[in-house]
Design a protein around this ligand. Structure first.
Ligand code: AGP
Length: 610
C-alpha cells in the first residue's frame, strides 16, 4: 500500500524517482508526488496516476540529486492534490513520504496546533512531518528530530524524508511497512520494494521494524529508533531480473502473469521432487518436518486469494496426510483471542509477505508460543523473515493487483507439503510415484488449459454486461469458486459470489433467473454427480450455466450453455488447473468493460494497513 522511493547520488533525482514510481504504482495510484532538494525544496504532486505527475514534471522540470517520491493509496483524507505526498512542514523545508497509518495522529495534531503549528491536509502524514519540524526547531539537529518524532508515533510506517536544512542526507525508517535500501556506487536508492531498485543495483539492505537509516552519497548508517544504537545489517542480493517486472509484449501484467503459469508451476516444484524416494523434498522445512508430521493441529492464516489457497490447503493436508487443519482470515485471528498452544503450528500464506493482517496474525501466534511457518512469494519479505521456517513459492514478481500465478504457486507448495507429510504417514511409495508423475505433467496441462483463451474471451463478450455472477464448486474446487468470484469482483466490478455448490439451495438459489450466469467447476471427481445435480437445479430455474469440466466429458454438453474443457489431473491437483479459466474469464470481462485491469479502483497490491 503506497509506493515509496528515494534517491541520493550524483544523477538527476527526478527521473529516477519517476521511474521508481512507475514500477511501484501497483501499490497505490490515487495520487503521486516528488520532493527534490535544490537549494531549498521543490515539491510537485498531483491527484491521479504517475502519468499525470510525469506530464507536470515535463512542463515544470525539477532538478537536483537528492529527492523522494510517493504513489498513494489513500487512508486519511480523500485523494486530492492537497492530501497527496510528499507532505511538508508549513515553511516547506522538510518533506516526508509515508506508507502506513499514524494511529495517534489526532492527539499529536492537537498538541502541535496548541503550540502554534498549522496544517494544510487531512492526512496523518502531515502531522508526522510537522512533529519532526517541531523537534528540529527545538534541537537544531535533523537526525535527532527525526528519531525523537518517531519515538512519539504509534502506528505503522515506512517513511523517507529529505530536508533543505540537511541537503546531503536522506532519512528513512520502518515500523510495520517495508523499506529497502539499494546500495549503488556513490548513490543509494530506497524503496518500499525491490522492484524500484533492481534497475540500479542488486545489493539491498532490508530495514527491520524499529530501525532507521541516515544515508549520504557515500555511506549509510542504520540504527535502532528507540535507543540510537547502530545496527549492522546484512547486504542481500535481489534475485529477480528486470524482464520479470516488465510487461514483455502483453497488454497487461495480469495477462502476462496468467500465461507465465506453466513456468511458475515448474519453478514451484523445481528441485523438490525426489524420484528415488517417491516423495517430495522441501529444504525450508527440513528442520521442522518431524514436528509438522506429529502436529495435533495446523492453523493456516492469510487474506484474500492467499486465504483461498489456505482453504485448498486444509482439504489437501487433511485429505492426504490426515492432520487436522483450521483456516482463518488473518484479520479475524489477530483480534479474536484465539486459543493457541505451543503444540500448534501456524502457517502464514502471503504473496507479498507484507500483508499487515497476516503479519500481525503471525506475531500473535508467536507471542502465544506456536511455531510459525510461511508460504511466501517475495524473498526477504517480513513474513519470510519472521517465520521459524517456510517454503518460498517462487512465482517471481507479481505486479498485477489481481493475484494469479502466485495463487497457483501457493497451491503447488501446499500440495507438495501435503504429499511430503502423507508419505511420512500413510501414503505408499507407489502412490507417491503416481503423484510425482501427475505433478510432472502439470505444467503442460496448464499450458493446454490456457490455450483455450479464445473461447473464454468469447464467453466474456457475451456476459460482459451481467450485473451479477455466481460461482459454485465442491470439495477441492469450492475454494476455486470463491477465488473465481473474487477475481471477477476486483477487476471488473461485477458483483459475484462464490459458494460450495450444495449451499446454493440454502439461499442463493433465490437469485437465480434467466439473467444470472452461474459458473460451475464440475471436475470429474468424487463429488461430480452431486455437482451435476446442482447444475440441474440451476437449469430448472433458467439460470445460465457455464461449466468447467474435464476433456471428454460430453454428458455436461446438454446441461450447460457453455462448456470449458480442461485437462484431467489428480483431484487434489485439479484446483491448479480449474482456476485458470476463471482467471481468464475475469481478465477478459474486465477488458470488455474497459476496466483498468492492473490497477483496479480502490485496491492496491500489498495491503500494509489494517
Ligand atoms: C488478490 O487478487 C487480491 N489482490 C488480494 O486478495 C490478496 O490476495 C490479499 O491482499 C493478500 O495478499 P498477500 O498474498 O500478499 O498477503
Amino acid at each position: 500500500m503506497c509506493g515509496i522511493v528515494g534517491y541520493i547520488g550524483e544523477q538527476d533525482a527526478t527521473s529516477i524517482l519517476l521511474n521508481g514510481l512507475k514500477r511501484l504504482e501497483y501499490r497505490g495510484y490515487d495520487s503521486a508526488g516528488v520532493a527534490v532538494v535544490n537549494g531549498g525544496l521543490t515539491v510537485k504532486k498531483r491527484v491521479g496516476k504517475v502519468s499525470v505527475l510525469d506530464r507536470v514534471l515535463q512542463t515544470e522540470p525539477v532538478s537536483g540529486t537528492v529527492g523522494i517520491g510517493h504513489t498513494r493509496w489513500a487512508t486519511h483524507g480523500a485523494p486530492n492534490d492537497l492530501n497527496a505526498h510528499p507532505h511538508t512542514d508549513e515553511d516547506g523545508e522538510i518533506a516526508l513520504i509515508h506508507n502506513g497509518i499514524i494511529e495517534n495522529y489526532a492527539a499529536l495534531k492537537k498538541k502541535l496546533a496548541a503550540d502554534g503549528y498549522t496544517f494544510r491536509s487531512e492526512t496523518d502524514t502531515e502531522v508526522l512531518v510537522v512533529l519532526i519540524r517541531a523537534f528540529y526547531d527545538e534541537l537544531g539537529d535533523m537526525a535527532k528530530a527525526f528519531r525523537y518524532a518517531l519515538k512519539q508515533v504509534v502506528g505503522a510506517y515506512g517513511i523517507a524524508m529529505v530536508s533543505a536544512f540537511d541537503p546531503n542526507r536522506l532519512y528513512v525508517a520502518r515500523n510495520g511497512s517495508p523499506l529497502a535500501i539499494g546500495i549503488g556506487d556513490g548513490e543509494f536508492i530506497v524503496a518500499s520494494d525491490a522492484s524500484a531498485i533492481v534497475q540500479h543495483t542488486r545489493q539491498v539492505v532490508y530495514l527491520d521494524d524499529g530501525e532507521m537509516a541516515v544515508i549520504e552519497r557515500d555511506r549509510y548508517v542504520t540504527k535502532r529508533i528507540d535507543d540510537d544504537t547502530t545496527v549492522d545489517k546484512e547486504v542481500e542480493e535481489v534475485e529477480f531480473d528486470l524482464a520479470e517486472i516488465e510487461k514483455g509484449g502483453y497488454d497487461h501484467f495480469m495477462l502476462k502473469e496468467i500465461f507465465e503459469q506453466p513456468e511458475t508451476i515448474r519453478n514451484a516444484m523445481r528441485g523438490r521432487l525426489d524420484s528415488e524416494a517417491s516423495t517430495v523434498r522441501l529444504g525450508g522445512l527440513m528442520n521442522v518436518i518431524d514436528r509438522l508430521r506429529d502436529a495435533q493441529r495446523l492453523i493456516i492464516v492469510g487474506c484474500g486469494t492467499s486465504f483461498h489457497a489456505g482453504l485448498v490447503g486444509e482439504y489437501l493436508i487433511e485429505g492426504l496426510a490426515g492432520i487436522p487443519v483450521e483456516v482463518e482470515y488473518a484479520s479475524e485471528f489477530r483480534y479474536r483471542d484465539p486459543i493457541i498452544t505451543k503444540d500448534d503450528i501456524v502457517i502464514a500464506i502471503s504473496q507479498s509477505g507484507e500483508t499487515s493482517d497476516t503479519l500481525a496474525a503471525l506475531r500473535e501466534a508467536k507471542r502465544r508460543g506456536a511455531m510459525t511457518l510461511g508460504i511466501v512469494n517475495v524473498v526477504g519479505s517480513s513474513i519470510a523473515r519472521e517465520t521459524d521456517a517456510g517454503v518460498y513459492s517462487h512465482a517471481g514478481p507479481e505486479i498485477g493487483v489481481a493475484s494469479t500465478k502466485a495463487f497457483t504457486s501457493q497451491l503447488m507448495v501446499l500440495a507438495l507439503m501435503a504429499v511430503k507429510l502423507a508419505r511420512m504417514k500413510r501414503m505408499s511409495a507407489s502412490e507417491g510415484e503416481a503423484v510425482l508423475a501427475a505433478l510432472r505433467e502439470l505444467p503442460e496441462k496448464v499450458e493446454y488449459a490456457l490455450s483455450r483463451h479464445e473461447q473464454i474471451q468469447e464467453i466474456a463478450k457475451a456476459y460482459a454486461q451481467a450485473p451479477n455472477f455466481l460461482y459454485l464448486g465442491r470439495g477441492y474446487n469450492y475454494p476455486v469458486a470463491l477465488e473465481g468470484a473474487l477475481k471477477l469482483k476486483e477487476i471488473s466490478y461485477i458483483h459475484a459470489e462464490g459458494y460450495p455448490a450444495a449451499e446454493m439451495k440454502h439461499g442463493p438459489i433465490a437469485l437465480i433467473d434467466e439473467n444470472m450466469p452461474v459458473v460451475f467447476i464440475a471436475a470429474q471427481d468424487g463429488v461430480y454427480n452431486k455437482v451435476v445435480s446442482n447444475i440441474e437445479e440451476v437449469r430448472a430455474r433458467n439460470g445460465r450455466v457455464i461449466a468447467i469440466t474435464n476433456e471428454g466429458n460430453q454428458q455436461i454438453e446438454g446441461l450447460a450453455e457453455h462448456v470449458i474443457y480442461v485437462p484431467e489431473t489428480l483431484p487434489f491437483l485439479s484446483p491448479i488447473i480449474n482456476v485458470l479459466p476463471l482467471q481468464l474469464l475475469s481478465y477478459y470481462m474486465a477488458v470488455e468493460r474497459g476496466c483498468n485491469v492492473d490497477q483496479p479502483r480502490n485496491l492496491a497490491k500489498s495491503v500494509t494497513v489494517e
